[in-house]
Each structure stands twice: as structure tokens, then as C-alpha cells.
Ligand binder design. Structure first.
Ligand code: SF4
Length: 339
């Protein structure tokens, strides 16, 4: 009998898989969890430094649970999708209150925590506890859809159901942590979105997409929808010391709880008295999952040291010492400072 799908993947992993990522040394449930949350929507190469800083500051569930959410978000600044950081913090508190600071080793217990979906729960069970559980992240979806020749966009529930059933069916009888890592690694390094290296793939002998020359068609892309656009006016106000006025955003919604530039409802009424008429800066286009956000800055110099009305929620910050601000806001400030 030819080797199974899982056996071929595991043999390939022994020679080519990634074994030196920081969250694999050591591979604990907590470290797997944090890395999996960071890796949602973000490349491994970007996550490595964030993960290392995060673990230095929060080496345990307890240290994360007892931190201020602001400290968590400031280490998240630049990674985007900040709800992930807030949920991580909330889930750590639930773990301390209800699970003695330990991650549950079962899918249902994990999925009950904020921010943990089915695939992340599967990754924690398989890689954190070395127990059988399927995963289905973007890389794994691509490999399975191609190998089994599954048509349709994986975001459709009927297609997702088929893929989950396949992922479950193909689990090995042991080495669950390596198998999950191998599935992700193959998708990330061999069965890539564009130009997969089928000649180097351990699954090529019976891969439907490869044999029928359909790798470019599978998995099917998301059907096109009209993308929404939103436009926001932002005040880039600096004082005579070169400090910028920042405002803390409401706790929920985009960039919830982070510091940002004050948003203007009315471009003619700045939040402080200015010494010069504001000038419009270049528009920064920021792509989010659900819409395109056009950030339109109005740059201006404010008069002297003015009292700030909103106490805690507005403050001046030196550009070299900004608190947790989203990457596009940091970029707007840097561009405003550029000579
Ligand atoms: S043979 Fe090609 S398309 Fe099929 S799983 Fe391997 S890399 Fe992907």
C-alpha cells in the first residue's frame, strides 16, 4: 500500500518543515495560543519579533491577565486587527478566573474563550497538547482543496464543511503536533497561492489539481463584491515642542482602545486653537477586511501649551515616544515630520 497522505506529509516535514520558530522552543499551550492568534492575517516573518517581545513581557497566562489592556495593545501596535490583542487579554482573565490559569485541552473548552475559533482551537490541541485535532487555516484549506479537487470558495459553508471533513479524515495516528505544523508549512512554502512547487511536493502523485492542471483555479477565489469606502478627516496637530495631540479611541470598534489622531466631524473646527490655517496632507489609503478607509489628515500648529479638555482621553506625545498607535497613524505622523 502506498504511504498515506499523513505519512507523506510527516516524512516531508522531517526534512523540510520548520522546527526552529520561537513558539516551538518550547512548544507550550500558552505559546502556541499566542502565536496562533498573532499568525491570523499576519506573516510568520513579521510575527517572530512581536512574539518574542510579547513573551518577554508576558511569559505566562497570569502575567497577561494581570496586565493593563493598554500595555497589551502597545505591544500589538503595528500588527493590526487589534481585537485579537483585546481578546487575548480577556481570554487570559477568563483562564485565571475559571481554569486556574491553564488552557483547556479540549476543543469545546477552547472555543468558549474570546477570540478562539475552531481552527485555532485545533492548533492548540494538536500543537500545544499533541492530541488529535484538525486545523483549517488558509494554508491548509489551499492544500486540501487542491489535493482533493474541491470546487467553490472555501468561505462558503458547504465548501468549508467538506474541507473540515477532509481535515478530520486525514489525521494521523500520532505525531499530531508535527502533522499540524507540516500541513501549515507545506501550504506556506510549497503549495503556495501562486506558482506552487508541485515537483517538490510529497502529495503530487495523487493531487487532483496538479494532475488536471487546475492549481491556478483552486481554491476558487472569493466572489467579487462592491467594496465599501469610508473617508475620515484626522487632525495632525503639533505644538511648539513638536509633540502631537493624540486621542484615545473608544474601547470597541476599529483600533478600539488605541491612541490615534483626533478624528474631525467638521474640518473647520479644530479641537484646539491653531496659530496657522490647517493644511491638508496626503491621503493615506488603508485597506481593512471589510472596507477601504481613506485617512485625510489636516496638519496644523497649535497655540502654546493649552489645557486639554478631555483629561485621560487626550494628550500630547513626543513622536519618538508614541504610545500604542496603529501603524497608519504612525506613518501619518512620520510623514508630517519629514522635512
Ligand atoms: S501537488 Fe501541487 S497543488 Fe497539489 S498539494 Fe502539492 S503543491 Fe499543492
Amino acid at each position: 500500500m502506498p504511504p498515506s497522505y499523513a505519512d507523506r506529509l510527516l516524512t516531508w516535514f522531517d526534512d523540510h518543515g520548520r522546527k526552529h520558530l520561537p513558539w516551538q522552543q518550547p512548544r507550550t499551550p500558552y505559546r502556541v495560543w499566542v502565536s496562533e492568534i498573532m499568525l491570523q492575517q499576519t506573516q510568520v516573518t513579521v510575527v517572530v519579533d512581536y512574539f518574542t517581545r510579547f513573551m518577554t513581557r508576558f511569559p505566562s497566562v497570569e502575567s497577561l491577565a494581570s496586565a493593563q489592556v493598554d500595555d497589551v495593545l502597545s505591544l500589538w501596535a503595528g500588527l493590526g486587527y487589534y481585537a485579537r490583542g483585546r481578546n487575548l487579554h480577556k481570554a487570559a482573565q477568563v483562564l485565571c478566573e475559571q481554569h486556574a490559569g491553564k488552557l483547556p485541552a479540549d476543543l469545546a473548552g477552547l472555543e468558549a474563550l474570546p477570540g478562539i475559533g475552531r481552527s485555532t482551537a485545533g492548533a492548540i490541541v494538536s500543537m500545544g497538547f499533541d492530541q488529535p485535532a484538525p486545523i483549517l487555516d488558509g494554508n491548509v484549506k489551499r492544500v486540501l482543496a487542491r489535493h482533493a479537487g474541491i470546487d467553490g470558495w472555501p468561505g462558503r459553508s458547504a465548501v468549508a464543511r467538506q474541507l473540515w471533513a477532509l481535515a478530520e479524515d486525514r489525521l494521523p495516528s500520532g505525531r499530531f503536533a508535527d502533522y499540524s505544523q507540516a500541513s501549515m508549512d507545506l501550504g506556506a512554502t510549497v503549495c503556495t497561492r501562486h506558482a506552487p512547487a508541485c515537483h517538490a511536493c510529497p502529495l503530487n502523485a495523487d493531487c487532483v489539481a496538479h494532475r488536471s492542471h487546475r492549481t491556478h483555479e483552486l481554491p476558487a477565489p472569493k466572489p467579487k463584491a462592491n467594496r465599501k469606502r469610508r473617508r475620515s478627516q484626522l487632525w495632525l496637530i503639533r505644538n511648539e515642542q513638536g509633540h502631537y495631540l493624540l486621542e484615545r479611541r473608544p474601547p470597541v470598534g476599529i483600533w478600539g482602545g488605541l491612541w490615534s489622531l483626533p478624528e474631525a466631524d467638521d474640518a473647520t473646527t479644530p479641537p484646539l486653537a491653531l496659530v496657522e490655517p490647517p493644511r491638508p496632507g496626503p491621503v493615506l489609503v488603508h485597506e481593512l477586511t471589510h472596507f477601504t478607509w481613506e485617512l485625510c489628515p489636516m496638519s496644523a500648529l497649535a497655540r502654546g501649551a493649552q489645557a486639554i479638555a478631555d483629561g485621560d482621553n487626550m494628550s500630547w506625545y513626543a513622536p519618538d515616544n508614541l504610545p500604542g498607535v496603529p501603524a497608519p497613524i504612525r506613518r501619518l505622523i512620520e510623514e508630517d515630520r519629514a522635512p
